[in-house]
Design a protein around this ligand. Structure first.
Ligand SMILES: [Zn+2]
Length: 76
């Protein structure tokens, strides 16, 4: 997940599935609050995706990948 962070305003955007989504949020923020200029310290935060129950989806994907590898190894 990706979030836009503006250090100057002390705000962090909602989460976006894509970096482009967070960048677009940042573009809108710059236009509204900074006249289109880039404030010092702005950046995109990137973190593992957390599902509705707060599960770490990266761990879920890795678990399924390990199971798939184990099944393929068993078939060979
Ligand atoms: Zn700002």
């Amino acid at each position: 997940m990706h979030r836009y962070r503006c250090q100057l305003c002390g705000i962090t955007s909602r989460s976006y599935a894509t970096r482009l989504g967070a960048e677009r949020h940042g573009h809108g923020h710059r236009e509204r609050r900074h006249g289109g200029d880039h404030p010092d310290g702005e950046h995109i935060l990137t973190a593992g995706y957390r599902g509705p129950q707060g599960r770490e989806w990266t761990a879920v994907v890795l678990t399924f990948a390990l199971i798939a590898v184990a099944l393929v190894a068993k078939l060979v």
